[in-house]
Design a protein around this ligand. Structure first.
Ligand code: ZN
Length: 60
């Protein structure tokens, strides 16, 4: 089941849009998309928690 990376709602509840970040492919729902556009830092942590061989640079 595909789920939104932000709110974790499944595709049968909300429309999901495929996105990629730091070479990871994932899904985000249309309601969370504005958050990603306007405040991507809120979602960077979620991406960093995904298994990846190419983690993004931390910018603390
Ligand atoms: Zn969402």
């Amino acid at each position: 089941m595909k789920t939104c990376i932000s709110c974790e709602r499944p595709e049968n509840v909300v429309p999901l849009v495929s996105i990629t970040f730091a070479k990871n492919a994932t899904w985000i729902c249309t309601q969370c998309l504005p958050t990603l556009i306007h405040d991507p830092n809120k979602l960077v942590g979620k991406f960093q928690n995904m298994d990846t061989n190419n983690p993004p640079e931390a910018s603390n």
